[in-house]
Design a protein around this ligand. Structure first.
Ligand code: SF4
Length: 635
């Protein structure tokens, strides 16, 4: 590798909030070689720097804002940054991606990663301007919403081009599924990064910069990213209708998560459809930095009791989790709820999950009246949803219980609640039901390092869920079983998922949006495309096989992080409801039959021990992770 690092900013900013110490460190070339960047690099930092078994909300935890080499370049969909930390929801490896402009601004300010450690004795925010760093008082910002915080900071720093990532009241109150919000409405929502910021008394990071990203071979790079852009422009449905289009698509399949997973069919789905959003509430499409797709929706409700100012949303997950998931079809109320979650800084997926969970627990008589105190805990009640969002964000009354996340709330409620709670490893399940959609989602939910997650690493749902539209994600050349056997056939899903788990790491280590990497050759960015783009950007020659090997290394490292925290096969499980038949609709009666079979297949394909689900010494050695293997031996 040459001395010059093309494509990267070349520096890490480390801020110890306890000591008010600011350090600038050079990017480690050995880490770039092994892990590329973004969540790969951050996983290595957390592996080597975090003590095992720490309390995620203690000053010992770190939160790392990370970009990848492609972040902020001309590559389409390269507006991403990710936050990595030990999650307060799962006690496992936590990561969450967001778009907007914050990631590119980090690179332009001169930093690939920002590591925040310790805890400030009073609320602060950090202002980073072209490499200059200041820790500023934020006492006047505490209690402010995300939008208020953003406007006040922009006014104070007098730099309208700056990007602000901040928490709202939910993060301050340590709601375990609080989000980090940037550019007002973009969310790094999952796993509770907002609570980590809150635990450190860090209200916000404001950032601006104008430095260039140097490209090793500009001509080649431009050629490759132009091809990538042409491919992504073929995603016409996503461009036109946004992700919310999935409401009616999944409903037609009988796989739209409805009434806390009771069924996959919602008879009022049209009321929550993309067409309805488009015709009545959409102002315009919104795109993250350098994105030709623009899946973001910018909407408002002009009049009436649900009147809501213009903001981004709702996308599919939010529309389902705050809609059909709680048996609700009032799109205006969903838009309002989305706005409130963004402004309080709450993950909409986890919020919808705990609200529906509470309603079902109450229906079953497991939540006592005195805890509810006048709130009508019932399905299809928009007022209840809005009230609960406010109570959760402020940790008031029943909201204090639900702010703990569904796993901890269930343990406190008792009765049959722990069995009912829809999560894996403590992360609330999102709006993709493996029973009706495709069984590959079952193995994904069970094994994912961050818990019940549909999109990290990669969303494999398009592989085989529709016989008319199978998608190989460019993975056939690596051995992905093809053609798929059928979405309800469980045999072989564990083998197939191995390829998605590994490939899904590539956009994450590059600093890219996952939507760019779903589909088939010709309408997505494949591993080969990434290799070409990366090589021409950085001058580090790499082919698609090298890149898949790095993806495998990073996936294993994140798994090892969890193993060191005590996770193993016993934690790779699904909630009880996934083994119960879908109650109504086109795929009535479908359920997960044999997770063990899929687990065995997956572990074997990954080279992990089948009994324990732990990566073997041999596999870790093959991946150049001998020291990681040695540390695991001590457990
Ligand atoms: S596809 Fe959507 S989420 Fe991804 S970069 Fe584009 S606008 Fe952002």
């Amino acid at each position: 590798m040459s001395e010059k690092i093309f494509g990267y900013a070349g520096q890490i900013l480390r801020i110890d909030l306890s000591k008010k110490k600011i350090l600038k460190e050079s990017l480690r070339k050995d880490f770039i070689k092994k892990y590329i960047g973004c969540t790969g690099y951050a996983a290595a930092i957390l592996w080597y720097e975090l003590k095992p078994k720490i309390d995620p909300l203690s000053p010992e935890n770190k939160i790392i804002f990370s970009t990848g080499p492609l972040t902020g370049t001309l590559c389409p969909c390269s507006g991403s940054y990710e936050i990595c930390f030990k999650s307060p929801l799962t006690n496992a490896f936590g990561e969450s991606r967001s778009g907007g402009i914050f990631g590119p601004k980090m690179k332009y300010a001169g930093f690939d990663h920002i590591i925040i450690e310790g805890k400030s004795d009073k609320p602060v925010y950090i202002w980073i301007n072209n490499g200059e760093v200041e820790i500023k008082d934020a006492q006047h910002l505490y209690g402010k919403t995300v939008h208020e915080t953003t406007e006040i900071i922009l006014e104070e720093i007098k730099e309208p081009e700056a990007s602000i990532a901040c928490i709202g009241p939910a993060g301050e109150k340590l709601v375990r599924f609080a989000a980090v919000m940037n550019d007002r409405d973009r969310a790094a929502g999952r796993c509770g990064g907002g609570a980590i910021m809150g635990s450190k008394n860090l209200k916000a990071i404001a950032i601006n910069g104008e430095k260039d990203i140097e490209i090793a071979n500009p001509e080649k790079f431009y050629e490759f990213v132009t091809e990538a852009e042409k491919a992504l422009l073929k995603k016409t449905a996503l461009r036109r209708f946004g992700t919310i289009n999935a409401i009616t698509v999944l409903n037609a399949m009988g796989a739209l998560p409805t009434k806390y997973g009771y069924t996959g069919f919602f008879e009022r789905a049209e009321d929550v459809s993309s067409e309805r959003l488009l015709s009545k509430y959409l102002i315009k499409r919104r795109a993250c930095f350098a994105c030709p797709i623009g899946c973001g929706r910018y909407s408002e409700v002009k009049h009436g009791i649900w009147a809501t100012p213009p903001h981004e949303g709702p996308e599919f997950e939010t529309a389902d989790m705050l809609g059909p998931w709680i048996y609700l079809s009032n799109l205006e109320a969903i838009i309002k709820a989305n706005y409130l979650c963004n402004n309080y800084g709450l993950d909409t997926i986890s919020a919808g999950n705990v609200i529906a969970f509470a309603i079902e627990c109450y229906e079953k008589g497991w939540i006592k009246e005195d805890l509810v105190k006048g709130i009508k805990l019932e399905w299809n009640n928009p007022e209840t949803m809005i009230e609960l969002i406010k109570l959760i964000a402020k940790r008031e009354r029943i909201g204090d219980l639900l702010a703990e996340g569904v796993m901890r709330a269930a343990e406190k409620i008792g009765y049959g609640a722990p069995e009912l709670a829809l999560h894996t490893k403590g992360l609330e399940m999102p709006a993709h039901d493996p029973r009706g959609e495709t069984k590959i989602m079952a193995i994904k939910y069970a094994v994912e390092y961050r818990g019940g997650c549909h999109v990290h690493s990669g969303f494999p749902g398009l592989y085989d869920r529709s016989p008319e539209s199978l998608n190989d994600y460019g993975l056939k050349q690596f051995g992905l079983p093809w053609p798929p056997k059928g979405k309800f056939i469980e045999e072989g899903k564990g083998i197939a998922y191995r390829f998605f788990a590994i490939f899904g790491q590539i956009p994450e280590i590059m600093g890219m949006c996952q939507f760019a990497s779903m589909g088939s050759e010709g309408n997505m960015i494949t591993a080969k495309d990434y290799a070409n783009i990366y090589s021409s950007l950085t001058g580090i020659e790499m082919n698609e096989y090298d890149l898949m090997k790095i993806g495998e290394r990073v996936y294993n490292l994140k798994r090892c992080f969890n193993v060191r925290e005590g996770f193993n096969r016993k934690d790779d499980k699904l909630p009880k409801r996934m083994y119960e038949p879908i109650a109504t609709g086109p795929v009535k009666g479908e359920y997960v039959k044999n997770l063990d079979l899929m687990l065995n297949e997956f572990y074997e394909a990954m080279g992990w021990d089948i009994e324990t689900g732990i990566p073997t010494f041999k596999k870790l050695k093959e991946l150049g992770l001998e020291d990681v293997a040695e540390e695991l031996k001590k457990i």
